[in-house]
Structure formats: C-alpha cells, structure tokens
Design a protein. Structure first.
Length: 191
C-alpha cells in the first residue's frame, strides 16, 4: 500500500498531510489534479437545466442562451479585435480549437469554409437546437462576419460547416457593432 501511495503522490494525485500526534498521524487526500479522473454528470445536469429553463415559457431559454453568448463574446472578442480577414479568422480558429471544436479553415472557390469536426455541446444541442443558434452567434462575433451554415453535426452531418460570406467593408462593419446591436441572423441582443 505504501508503494501505491508513493506512486500516486509522485503523479501529483495524492497529497500527504500530517494529522497531529494521534493515530492516524498522517492523512492522504486527493489533489485537485485527481478530481478529473472521477465520473462527472455535467451533461445530464446541464440538459436538465435547459429543460427547466424551456419550461419557464416561450423564449426564456433563448434569452438565457443569448446572455451566455454575450459572455462568450465578451471573453473571446478581445483576442480578435483589431484583426481583419484571414488573420482574424485564423485567430478565431485557434479559439475554437481551445474550446474543443476541432476546426479547419480552408479557402475554396467561393471564399473560405470553416469546418468543425466536434461539437463540445452536442448532447445539449440535440435536445435544444437553440444551443446551435447561440454557438452560431458567438462564431459570427469572433469571425466578424455573417456565417452561412451548410452542414451540421446535430443533424447527422460528419461535421458542421460555415461559408464565410463577407469580406472587406461588411466584415469591418460587423465587428464594430455595439453589444446591443444585432448579431448575425438579424436577431437583436435582448439581454
């Protein structure tokens, strides 16, 4: 047992602490690094929460998700501000990669195509398509231009894909909208 505890300590998963002079005088406790090794029920909890928000009435879930999108935009927009075109899109792609979307950005005959090979919110989006709309709104703010969705993981496609439609003036105008302005699909921020 002592060698097992020593190995867990060496891996940073267990910490040894003195407990005083009485037995047991040493206590072993899990470290924060060990917590991720145990099962979590975040997906189920989040899905139940979305179900309850939707039961609150028409539009309630959408309003809450729009506020979440506002928070995501506020968190990530500073990392792309001042950038335009391909430089901005590459930085936005890096943010998506950090968030687990597994993005690929390619030039095609009509401009650029963003493909995402993972959706970190897939379980939630399947039951609540509004989650996809929230992510779409966040993407448009990051890319600074309207995005036209052509494929969707939630609908059974092998990836989600977006055509990057605007270049130049439209892109700059979109990225300079105030937080209360419309984002993408002409829907006004109602938070």
């Amino acid at each position: 047992m002592a060698s097992h505890l020593a190995a867990l300590q060496a891996d940073g998963l267990v910490a040894r602490q003195r407990a005083g002079s009485r037995r047991p005088s040493v206590v072993y406790a899990l470290t924060p690094a060990a917590i991720h090794l145990f099962p979590k029920a975040y997906d189920e909890f989040a899905a139940t929460m979305l179900d309850e928000l939707q039961r609150e009435g028409p539009g309630h879930l959408r309003r809450v998700l729009w506020r979440i999108a506002d928070r995501w935009i506020a968190r990530d927009l500073p990392r792309v501000e001042g950038l335009t075109g391909r430089r901005r899109w590459e930085r936005a792609k890096e943010i998506l990669a950090e968030r687990g979307f597994m993005p690929v950005l390619n030039k095609d005959r009509d401009g650029y195509l963003l493909q995402e090979y993972n959706c970190p919110a897939m379980k939630l989006a399947v039951a609540h398509p509004e989650v996809c709309d929230m992510v779409h709104r966040w993407l448009e703010a990051l890319f600074g231009t309207p995005l036209k969705r052509t494929h969707c993981l939630r609908q059974g496609d092998p990836y989600s894909a977006y055509v990057i439609q605007a270049v130049g003036q439209k892109e700059r105008a979109f990225s300079k909208q105030s937080p209360g302005a419309t984002h993408g699909r002409g829907q006004r921020n109602t938070s």
